[in-house]
Design a protein around this ligand. Structure first.
Ligand code: TNX
Length: 481
């Protein structure tokens, strides 16, 4: 039987037999995140020592051909051992996630389990279809602390996601300490949807998240949502509001009612000061400026605001990412990434189609395929329905390159908005079982199909069980028919 790999690799050949990990198996590998990750995982579940030795049967090396690309790898298992090769450490790390899935499901256990630990003999050559494979967590509507964010990263890593987009600011809260503007968190982080206390990351907390993600070859993309979704900032510093009045903290779930004072130069001084701190904290190349649902801002003001704000981010060395509304801004710098979020069943916004035809890169997050906060069906206790319900199959069955003909699609992102989600188990409920399918959309060759995917997905429930993921949605698809 074929191993249940998600996302499906580019090419997989299964041979007879298996290699078995034993207490005597040794590892020969360069010192890097991939090696550290693999040995920690294997030791935890097997209890074996897995000493380093140059004759080790488990071999990782960086001598893979350059054609494998930045994230590709080659994995060969025969009865004598395992050989994982890549051209980069990142490629090794992705290959380690495949190796992990070749082992029995109990490899996910946090405690030592009894063997045996067979790894089927295979030859795999693999590389991703898309370079942007993102997940997004909204820590503004409800705050999720460092531990919860690390757990969220842990959920994405086995499925080869490489981008963690953090939605750090919104009407309901500003979640990142900015030293030059302490009230953003001293006041603006004390609210959330509903009655709870809110919360925020210190800069040390944020650095811890960035480092944890980096060790797993995930890039953090911080989002400061502008010029709408800014009530928490204006409640902290009323001069940022158009009329300079304190409108107070917001604990509801509405969108599109707030806007910054786009005509005051002090607003841009504020943004420059914020970017000055955010840019070095998240050392990746991207800064997300939001730009969605600015319903109080005229089209002209919106364009002027973005035209003035984008260079401030660029001046800090960042490539700007923005939600698709920003497509309407004339003269966007080359390379600005636009994030498609409207439902795929709606006609493509003309401004977005136009920006795509000028070659601007698109990240695809159509809400009716990729929004993890949509209910699975009408009986789902959590989540929203503005884009409809989103079953497991619908989150899998779509092609990111079919939506905007001729566009330069760099990948996909699966956002998890948290208006209705308050605990890490709530997050898991919305992630599983949809997240693995979105991973396959992002990584695997376009020729994939639900019939081949479904048995693999079902097999993965054993991995979630072993990992202690208890709150996943028992969707009807997971039951054998
Ligand atoms: C739309 S998607 C929003 C968010 C909400 C989300 C809920 C986007 C760019 N804006 O403000 O949280 O819907 O699904």
């Amino acid at each position: 039987m074929n191993p249940s790999l998600i996302p499906a690799p580019h090419t997989l050949v299964v041979h007879d037999g298996a290699f078995e990990l034993t207490p005597r198996t040794a590892v020969h590998a360069p010192e890097c995140h991939a090696t550290g990750f693999l040995t920690a995982l294997l030791r935890r579940a097997t209890g074996y020592a897995l000493p380093a030795a140059s004759e080790g049967a488990l071999r990782l090396s960086l001598d893979g051909p350059e054609e494998l690309g930045r994230e590709g790898y080659r994995l060969d298992v025969d009865t004598e051992g395992v050989r994982l090769r890549a051209h980069t450490e990142e490629g090794l790390f992705r290959g380690v996630q495949t190796l992990r899935q070749l082992l029995p499901a109990r490899i996910e256990s946090p405690r030592p389990c009894p063997g045996p630990w067979p790894i089927p003999c295979v030859s795999i050559t693999d590389a991703p279809r898309f370079r942007w494979r993102g997940v997004m967590l909204d820590v503004a509507r409800h705050f999720f602390d460092v531990e919860a964010v690390k757990r969220f990263i842990d959920r994405a890593v086995p499925y080869k996601f490489n981008i963690l987009h953090l939605h750090l600011t919104d009407d309901q809260g500003w979640r990142l300490r900015i030293e030059s503007h302490p009230r953003l968190t001293e006041h603006g982080a004390t609210s959330q949807v509903g009655e709870g206390p809110g919360g925020h990351f210190t800069q040390a907390d944020f650095a811890e998240i960035v480092a944890y993600a980096a060790a797993r070859h995930m890039t953090v993309v911080p989002e400061i949502d502008l010029p709408g979704h800014t009530q928490a900032a204006m409640a902290s510093y009323p001069h940022l509001a158009p009329d300079g009045a304190d409108t107070g903290l917001y604990r509801g779930m509405k969108v599109g009612f707030s806007q910054l004072a786009v005509h005051k130069s002090t607003t841009y001084d504020f943004l420059d000061a914020v970017f000055a701190e955010v840019a070095p904290l998240a050392p990746g190349p991207y800064l997300h400026l939001g730009g969605d649902e600015a319903h109080q801002t005229s089209a002209e003001d919106y364009a002027a605001f973005m035209t003035r704000t984008i260079p401030l981010a660029a001046g800090r060395g960042k490539t700007v990412v923005a939600w698709q509304e920003a497509a309407a801004v004339p003269g966007l710098p080359e390379g600005t990434h636009l994030q498609y979020w409207r439902p795929a069943r709606e006609p493509v916004a003309p401004a977005l189609a136009d920006a795509a035809s000028r070659g601007l890169p698109l990240i695809m997050s159509p809400a009716d395929h990729a929004y993890l906060d949509m209910k699975y069906d009408d009986s789902t206790p959590l989540g929203l329905t503005w884009a409809g319900t989103l079953g497991v199959r619908q989150s899998y069955d779509w092609d990111p390159e079919a939506l905007v003909p001729g566009a330069r699609v760099v990948g996909i992102e699966a956002p998890l908005w948290t208006e209705t989600l308050t605990t890490p188990d709530d997050l898991d409920h919305m992630l599983y079982p949809r997240l693995p399918g979105l991973a396959e959309v992002a990584w695997s060759p376009a020729a994939r199909d639900w019939a081949s995917y479904l048995p693999r997905l079902r097999a993965h429930t054993l991995r979630w069980d072993a990992a202690g993921i208890t709150s996943y949605h028992r969707s009807p698809e997971l039951r054998e028919d």
